[in-house]
Design a protein around this ligand. Structure first.
Ligand code: ZN
Length: 263
């Protein structure tokens, strides 16, 4: 089935949408998705946001954090991936991020005054000093490093509860290019130097508000020397002796799958 395109909008278009509206009920990182007959914004409560249209369906987010026990069954966003379409899951990620953004920006970061939604924009503004706040995104690079013999470097993160090996990843720092971030993260985490870096694709990663930017990097020099803090172990692997790798919903798995297909 072709994925329905999503059009982000701040205000609902006038008139009824072609398809049944979708309501994403959000509590922290937990979501419930319901297809409903109609939506009356006044009945969605104060903590609601219009998100845009998925195909012909208006999409709404409702914040029930802090409310009494909600009357719907909420699912962690990560687990929801198995229950809904890819397009719906991406909108659920938007819903979680925008609800959390609004919840954590009720007061100005500069003067502490109350904020208000800016009409017609995805922004909040301080009522006192007029400082604007926009939805927060933290860009992170994720990299698969390979050697000329085809082997790929996979690492086990010390914080992961499961013994899984994946690509190297880290946040982009202010003032840094993506290519610099890739080279710095690889050197910091496993002590090797890389040569050519090539962009492979990206993925919204709403845990809690990242954008993962995927790269392939060619090994240049150095021996693996893990930092022992973020990375517990790392090694070169060939496609016929793979360790446990991440599930298919992540761009890490996509980078690894592309390497497997090419080797
Ligand atoms: Zn202010």
């Amino acid at each position: 089935m072709a994925e329905r395109p999503f059009t982000p909008l701040v205000d609902p278009p006038t008139g009824t949408s072609a398809d049944a509206p979708l309501v994403f009920t959000v509590r922290g990182d937990q979501v419930h998705l319901a297809e409903v007959d109609t939506v009356d914004p006044d009945e969605l409560g104060e903590g609601h946001l219009y998100l845009g249209q998925l195909g012909g369906s208006d999409c709404w987010a409702v914040d029930v954090d802090g409310d009494d026990e909600p009357d719907v069954l909420l699912t962690p966003l990560m687990a929801l991936h198995a229950n809904v379409s890819e397009a719906e899951w991406l909108v659920a990620g938007r819903a979680v991020q925008l609800v959390q953004w609004r919840r954590t920006h009720r007061f100005c970061g500069s003067c502490g005054g109350p904020t208000e939604m800016v009409p017609g924009e995805r922004a909040m503004r301080c009522e006192d000093c007029r400082l604007m706040a926009f939805p927060r995104l933290a860009p992170a690079v994720i990299t698969l490093v390979t050697r000329p013999d085809g082997a790929a470097l996979l690492a086990r993160n010390a914080a992961w509860p499961m013994p899984m090996f994946s690509c190297l990843a880290g946040f982009v720092e202010p003032g840094e290019t993506l290519e610099h971030a890739v080279a710095r993260e690889v050197e910091e985490e496993v002590g090797i130097q890389i040569g050519r870096v090539a962009y492979q694709g990206s993925q919204p990663w709403p845990f809690p508000h990242s954008l993962m930017i995927g790269f392939h990097a060619e090994y240049e020099s150095g021996d693996i020397d893990v930092d022992g803090v973020e990375i517990a172990e790392a090694d070169w692997f060939t496609t016929d002796e793979l360790p446990p790798i991440p599930p298919r919903l992540s761009i890490a798995r996509r980078l690894i799958d592309e390497w497997i297909a090419a080797n």
